[in-house]
Design a protein around this ligand. Structure first.
Ligand code: ATP
Ligand code: PAF
Ligand code: BAL
Length: 279
């Protein structure tokens, strides 16, 4: 496992792997690694000759400066966790290395960026697309691994790959959960003990909703989920939308013939947590 900080050095190492005919798997992360990130790494190591993991807290995707400031950073622990999976390269650039000059590119993802996380975090997906397109340019992966927890992000990245005509296979990976069901997230580290205990109500409600879908209309189920979570004094639903898994258009009836995903964002004090469930 080799740690590289410079873009030029990373590109040179990867060119050599490509010349040797090796397949490249890539796992982009913002660090504070947990079993969700490690499951993506394990998948990449299994499916590719070479695995590259990046750790970079990308400033351009944060619409809230305090969120950027408090985002957990623990690089030594991250490296220790990664070493158990033996990826080949860990790319840990500084901000100046990724953005020697400001990135002024504006991506147009249309509807995909106008709903849910896109609507509630203006500029977020533009920042994600800026950094992921730069990372793809440096790493030139055959396969890139993304968690389904960030469900909308997967749809946006797939669109970006199409729009930029990149030769990258985007591989969505299942959500890894804590024992009580809470979706693993680096931001869980920022919760107080009481908030953490109550946060399990989010996934618990989504799982129950899955069972209730046979008895309630889409609108009734949507309202039920929001009310049920808002009953908990530690939790406040920012949005809960039931959408199709490709275009993220709202679902109006269970009869519609597409994969339906319930996507939620909940404020737990000052911390925003996201989760989703497939119906
Ligand atoms: N619980 C999880 N299960 C599977 N993949 C995950 C999980 N959490 C994060 N990932 C994936 O790991 C990659 C890196 O995510 P990131 O570094 O933002 O971590 P995170 O835990 O999602 O952080 P946060 O929730 O605080 O934004 C993304 O593709 C993300 O979807
Ligand atoms: C893909 C990503 C690493 C880009 O900064 C980030 O959005 C994330 O961690 O999901
Ligand atoms: N996991 C998505 C990265 C972010 O919240 O900024």
């Amino acid at each position: 496992m080799e740690i590289v900080k410079l873009v030029a050095e990373t590109k040179a190492k990867i060119s050599k792997f490509i010349e040797e005919g090796k397949s490249i798997g890539f796992v982009p992360t913002m660090g504070a690694l947990h079993d969700g990130h490690l499951s993506l790494t394990a998948e990449s190591v299994k499916e590719n000759d070479i695995t590259v993991v990046s750790i970079f807290v990308n400033p351009t995707q944060f619409n809230n400066p305090n969120d950027l400031k408090t985002y957990p950073r623990c690089i030594e622990e991250d490296l220790e966790k990664l070493s158990r999976y033996n990826p080949d390269l860990i790319f840990i650039p500084e901000v100046e290395e990724m953005y020697p000059e400001p990135d002024t590119r504006v991506f147009d993802f249309g509807h995909l960026d106008n709903v849910m996380e896109g609507k509630n975090r203006p500029g977020h997906f533009n920042g994600v697309a800026q950094v992921v397109s730069k990372l793809f340019d440096i790493v030139t992966p055959h396969n890139a691994y993304f968690g389904q927890k960030d469900f909308q992000q997967v749809a946006v990245i797939k669109q970006m790959v199409k729009d930029l005509k990149l030769n990258v296979n985007v591989v969505p990976c299942p959500i890894i959960r804590e024992e009580d069901g809470l979706a693993m997230s680096s931001r869980n580290l920022l919760l107080t003990e009481e908030q953490r205990k109550n946060a399990s109500k989010i996934s618990e409600t989504l799982f129950k909703a899955c069972n209730l879908a046979a008895d309630l209309s889409v609108n009734e189920l949507r309202d039920w989920v929001v009310d049920e979570i808002n009953k908990n004094p530690y939790l406040s639903v920012e949005y809960f939308e039931i959408v199709d898994d490709t275009y993220l258009q709202p679902i109006n009836s269970w009869e519609e013939n597409n994969v339906k995903v319930g996507c939620i964002t909940v404020q737990v004090g000052k911390i925003r947590l996201i989760d989703n469930i497939t119906f």
